[in-house]
Ligand binder design. Structure first.
Ligand code: DNO
Length: 346
């Protein structure tokens, strides 16, 4: 396992200097943030990113994410142009030596929460998802503040986009995903870049939009769409783990070698379809983190892993879920468990 940390580039207050000082840290998960979705990433820009990271004694392990243009998810005739650009990006990432690309196939909204700074009993703040609150939200009200959301939509653009999805069922989305994979996976294999889809967060439909990367059964269906190891998973414990039906250690053991990137985060299920993000240790949430890591260890996982969202603690302010302190604590907790597993291996 290689311990990694997400870095949002030059504007991230959590600098590479700081990340490097976290015990056990070897790699960075990052992306190029100033290229519009759908355009190809030039090799020079990728090399520049890689150079900056390496100058700090770290390696660029994963790109999270190369976003997928909505026209591809919608299956519009214009998708081929965007798929060609996506292939070009994969080729360039391969030339730069990047081995893993994380992406998702969630229509319009990426990860969604109802509150970004919910105060927990210990005084820290965390992201939470309350089913009733989300059900009452109107994505067109202009007041939504979602952490994983592209806010660059012009007036009416979002409305039009949501309308286009009115006619797309889950099966339609599966078809569009299959079309995309059949095009890009051969290029990924040729470029030696492993594609790792991120599960939908939360793993159920929101705002009436279809979501399909949600369960063990659907992950299996996904992997069979193109049965090639370059078509793999980002296994995000927190995204899938908010549904009691998803047994994360079992999923890790089942899909083992097809998992190319591990996101480790604990979540506390408060009610059906409601949850709070929690500190990483098992005691604070609904997931057994030791058992999940044991499963990774058993399947011989040697890929990148990162602590996922942290709470805001010790007065830190910053990007929701992506401060330094709690994620660093998470990383060392994970690292400690891993060291124990390695050393006690019979
Ligand atoms: C949230 C992240 C997601 C993830 C994308 C992958 O913290 O896990 O935004 O990066 O869904 O494409």
């Amino acid at each position: 396992m290689k311990m990694t940390f997400r870095w949002y580039g030059d504007d991230d207050p959590v600098t590479l200097e700081k990340i490097r000082q976290i015990p056990g840290m070897v790699g960075i998960v990052s992306a190029i943030y100033d290229i519009p979705v759908g355009e190809a990433w030039p090799l020079e820009k990728i090399m520049e990113l890689k150079g900056k990271i390496e100058a700090h004694g770290l390696t660029l392990e994963v790109i999270e994410s190369v976003p997928v243009h909505e026209d591809i998810k919608l299956g519009l005739p214009t998708r081929d142009k965007y798929i060609d650009n996506y292939k070009k990006t994969i080729e360039n990432l391969g030339k730069a030596g990047v081995k893993v690309v994380c992406y998702n196939f969630m229509p319009v909204f990426d990860w969604t929460r109802s509150e970004l700074d919910h105060r927990l009993d210990d005084g820290s703040t965390a992201l939470i998802y309350d089913r009733e609150t989300v059900e009452k939200m109107n994505p067109l009200s202009g007041e939504l503040n979602l952490p994983g959301w592209d806010t660059s939509y012009e007036e009416n653009e979002l409305e039009d986009l949501l309308k286009q999805y009115n006619n797309l069922s889950e099966e339609g989305l599966w078809n569009n995903l299959e079309y995309f994979l059949k095009e890009i996976i051969p290029v990924a294999e040729e470029s030696n870049v492993k594609m790792a889809i991120h599960p939908d967060d939360p793993p159920w439909s929101i705002f009436g939009l279809p979501r399909i990367i949600t369960s063990e059964e659907n992950l299996e269906r996904f992997l069979k769409l193109v049965d090639n190891s370059y078509n793999g998973l980002t296994l995000c414990s927190g995204s899938l783990g908010v549904s009691k039906d998803n047994d994360i250690p079992r999923i890790v053991r089942k899909f083992g070698k097809r998992i190319h990137f591990a996101h480790m985060r604990n979540v506390k299920i408060t009610e059906d379809k409601s949850f709070e993000e929690a500190a990483h240790p098992s005691k604070y949430g609904s997931l057994d983190m030791v058992e999940i890591l044991r499963a990774y260890h058993e399947v011989g996982f040697d890929g990148p892993m990162r602590p996922d969202h942290g709470r805001m603690i010790w007065g830190e302010t910053g990007k929701p879920g992506y401060g330094l302190f709690d994620r660093a604590l998470g990383a060392t907790y994970l690292y400690g468990i891993w060291e124990t597993l390695v050393k006690t291996k019979k």
